[in-house]
Design a protein around this ligand. Structure first.
Ligand SMILES: Cc1cc2nc3c(=O)[nH]c(=O)nc-3n(C[C@H](O)[C@H](O)[C@H](O)COP(=O)(O)OP(=O)(O)OC[C@H]3O[C@@H](n4cnc5c(N)ncnc54)[C@H](O)[C@@H]3O)c2cc1C
Length: 525
C-alpha cells in the first residue's frame, strides 16, 4: 500500500439522494422495449425501483466524454466470412496438436518395432519409454499454451487456454510419474534388485537423470499447488511465482531426453524434438518478455488520470502514442504493470472498460486485494507496461445480430466497452448489469447515455448472490425472459467473478440459450 493517506485521485464529489432515471420506452416490432430501464432487485431484497442511489460514480469529477461516433458502433452487423467462433477454431487447432502426439507415438514405434518382448521387464520398459515421450510432448504443449501467443489469446481466449492447460496438467503429471515408475520397475526386474536400489542407481549413474528427477519433483509440486483446493488458499503471486519453475523443469528434463532417450536416437528425431523446444522457448521469450517491453517503449504508455467511480472503484485512463497499432478491441484485456512504488512488481489483468481510441485506453479497477487497493492511489504520469491485448470476449464470437451482454459486479467493465462499440441497430444490443447492491454499481450515467444514443436496452438487476440454485437468483431464467423476451435467440456475453457466473449461466441455459452461444470471461485465473 502506498504510504500515508495521500489521495491522488481527484477529490470525489458525493451527492446524497437518488437519481431518477428517465425511462425511455419505445417499441421495436411492437414488443421489445428500447432505450433503458433500471430494474430493481427482486423482492424480498428490493431496495430500489426505477431509481438507484447516487454515489461517487454519478458525480465523478472527470465525466465520461461520449464520442459522437464510437469505434465500431455501426448500426449494421454482418458476420465476416472468415471469422469463426472459438469452438470451431479450437476444434481445428486440436487437430495439429493431436497430430504431434501421433508423431511422437510413431517415433516410439520406429524404435520399438524390431524388439522382441521377452517378459514383464521389457513390457514395463517399453511402457516407460512411451509415457516418457508423451510426457515430454505434453509438457511442451502446456508451455506453448501459456506462451501468450497473441492469435491464440485473441481468437481462442485466455480462459479457454487456461482451462485446457489445467485439464492437460493432470494427464501430464500422471504420464511422467508413470514414466519414472515403469522404467525403474522394469530395470529393477531385469537387474533383479529391489526397486529402491534400482531407483538410486538410475538417478546417480545414468547421465542427467538426477536433473530430470528434480524436474519431475518440481512439476509434481506445481501440479499439487494448482489443484483447486490448494490454489484457493494461495495468493495469486505465490501461485504465479511457483509456476515459473516450470521453465526450469523443462530445461532440466530436456538433457536426459536427448542423452539417454532411446527413441530420440535418430538424428532427424533429435533435430525435430530440439527444434520444437527451441520454437516454444522463442515464443515464450518473444511474447511474454520482449513484446510487452517493445509495446511500452513504442507506445510510451502513461497514466493520464485516475477517476473515482465508487468508494472502492477507480477508472484509470492510460494514454500513449498510436494506440490503434495495438489492435485492441472492446471486450479485451491487458496485463497491466504500473511502474510505481509498491505495485511495479506485479502485472494484473484488467479489461478495457471503454472502447479504445488512438490516444487512450481506460480500465476500471475494483479494490479486492493488496494490489487493486494500491492502484486506487495511482498518480497521473506513472509509466505503464501493458501486455496484450488478450481475450476473446469480442465481436469475434458473435453469431447473431441480436446480443445480450450480462456483466456481474465489476465484470461489467468489458461489457460496458462492448455496449459502446458493438455494431447493431435499435434493440439489437441489450445489457443487464447484475449487481449485489447499489454500492457496486458503476457507469450509471455512461450506460444511460450510450443506451439512449444507441437505442439499446439496459437493465440493472440487484440482489444477493444465491449459491444454491439459479431459480432463486435475482437473475433467474424467468427474470431473464421477462427482461429480454428473445433471450434464447441472442448471443450472450457474460463476464464477472466465478460463483455468480455459474448461476447466471445455468439461468441462461434454463432460458433456452444454447451453450455455444454463451460467451464467457471469468475474472479468475
Ligand atoms: C481476464 C480478466 C480481466 C479482469 N478485468 C478486471 C477489471 O476490468 N476490473 C477489475 O477490477 N478486476 C478485473 N479482473 C480481476 C483482477 O485481475 C483481480 O481482481 C486482481 O488481479 C486482484 O488482485 P489483488 O492482488 O488486488 O487481489 P488478491 O487478493 O491477490 O486476489 C483476489 C482475487 O483476484 C484473483 N486474482 C488475483 N490476481 C490475479 C491475476 N493476476 N490474474 C487473475 N486473477 C487474479 C484471484 O482469484 C484472487 O482470489 C480481471 C481478471 C481477469 C482474469
Amino acid at each position: 500500500m502506498p504510504s500515508g493517506r495521500r489521495v491522488i485521485v481527484p477529490p470525489q464529489t458525493r451527492s446524497a439522494g437518488r437519481i431518477r432515471f428517465r425511462r425511455v420506452w419505445s417499441s421495436v416490432s411492437g414488443q421489445v422495449p428500447v432505450g433503458h430501464a433500471v430494474i430493481s432487485p427482486q423482492p424480498p431484497n428490493a431496495r430500489t425501483r426505477g431509481s438507484i442511489p447516487v454515489h461517487a460514480s454519478a458525480a465523478t469529477t472527470e465525466p465520461y466524454a461520449p464520442r459522437r461516433r464510437p469505434v465500431g458502433a455501426s448500426p449494421n452487423w454482418r458476420r465476416p466470412l472468415l471469422r469463426q467462433p472459438r469452438y470451431v477454431l479450437a476444434a481445428l487447432l486440436a487437430a495439429p496438436a493431436v497430430a504431434g502426439g501421433v508423431a511422437v507415438l510413431w517415433l516410439w514405434w520406429l524404435g520399438t518395432r524390431g524388439l522382441a518382448l521377452r517378459g514383464l521387464a521389457d513390457g514395463l520398459i517399453i511402457g516407460g519409454r512411451i509415457t516418457g515421450l508423451l510426457g515430454g510432448y505434453l509438457l511442451l504443449v502446456e508451455v506453448a499454451l501459456m506462451a501468450r501467443i497473441p492469435w491464440l489469446e485473441r481468437r481462442i481466449g485466455s480462459d479457454w487456454l487456461v482451462r485446457v492447460h489445467r485439464w492437460l496438467g493432470t494427464y501430464l503429471i500422471t504420464t511422467l510419474v508413470a514414466h519414472a515408475a515403469l522404467l525403474i520397475g522394469g530395470l529393477a526386474l531385469l537387474d533383479r534388485v529391489p526397486v529402491g536400489v534400482e531407483a538410486s542407481t538410475v538417478m546417480l549413474t545414468y547421465p542427467d537423470v538426477l536433473m530430470a528427477t528434480v524436474a519431475l519433483a518440481m512439476l509434481i509440486a506445481i501440479g499439487t499447488l494448482s489443484a483447486n483446493a490448494a490454489r484457493k488458499r494461495l495468493r495469486y503471486e505465490t501461485w504465479h511465482f511457483v509456476h515459473l519453475y516450470v521453465y526450469l523443469a523443462v530445461a532440466l528434463a530436456f538433457a536426459h531426453q536427448i542423452v539417454i532417450g532411446t527413441d530420440l536416437q535418430y538424428r532427424a528425431a533429435r533435430t525435430a524434438w530440439s527444434g520444437a523446444h527451441v520454437l516454444v522457448a522463442a515464443c515464450v521469450l518473444w511474447f511474454r518478455v520482449w513484446r510487452p517491453l517493445r509495446l511500452s517503449i513504442r507506445h510510451r504508455l502513461r497514466v493520464q488520470r485516475v477517476v473515482r467511480e465508487a468508494d472502492d472503484i477507480v477508472s484509470i485512463y492510460v494514454t500513449g502514442r498510436r494506440l490503434e497499432l495495438l489492435g485492441a478491441e472492446a471486450g479485451q484485456f491487458f496485463r497491466w504493470r504500473f511502474l510505481a512504488r509498491h505495485v511495479w512488481v506485479q502485472a494484473h489483468p484488467f479489461s478495457l472498460s471503454a472502447a479504445p481510441t488512438p490516444r487512450t485506453m481506460r480500465i476500471t479497477v475494483k479494490a479486492v486485494g493488496d494490489h487493486t487497493r494500491a492502484l486506487q492511489y495511482l498518480r497521473p504520469g506513472v509509466r505503464v507496461i501493458a501486455e496484450g491485448p488478450y481475450g476473446a470476449l469480442t465481436g469475434v464470437q458473435r453469431t447473431r445480430r441480436r446480443v445480450l451482454l450480462i456483466g456481474a459486479g465489476i465484470g461489467i467493465t468489458p461489457l460496458r466497452a462492448l455496449l459502446e462499440a458493438m455494431p447493431g441497430g435499435p434493440g439489437d444490443i441489450a445489457l443487464v448489469f447484475r449487481g449485489g447492491s447499489s454500492e457496486g454499481v458503476v457507469f450509471q450515467r455512461e450506460l444511460e447515455e450510450i443506451a439512449s444514443r444507441r437505442q439499446a436496452i439496459v437493465h440493472l438487476v440487484l440482489g444477493p448472490r444465491v449459491t444454491c440454485c439459479s431459480r432463486h437468483d435475482a437473475l433467474s431464467a424467468k427474470r431473464l425472459r421477462t427482461l429480454v423476451p428473445d433471450v434464447a435467440r441472442r448471443d450472450v456475453y457474460l463476464c464477472g467473478p466465478p460463483g455468480v457466473l455459474e448461476a447466471t449461466r445455468e439461468a441462461l441455459r434454463d432460458a433456452g440459450v444454447p451453450r455455444r452461444r454463451i460467451h464467457i470471461e471469468r475474472f479468475d485465473y
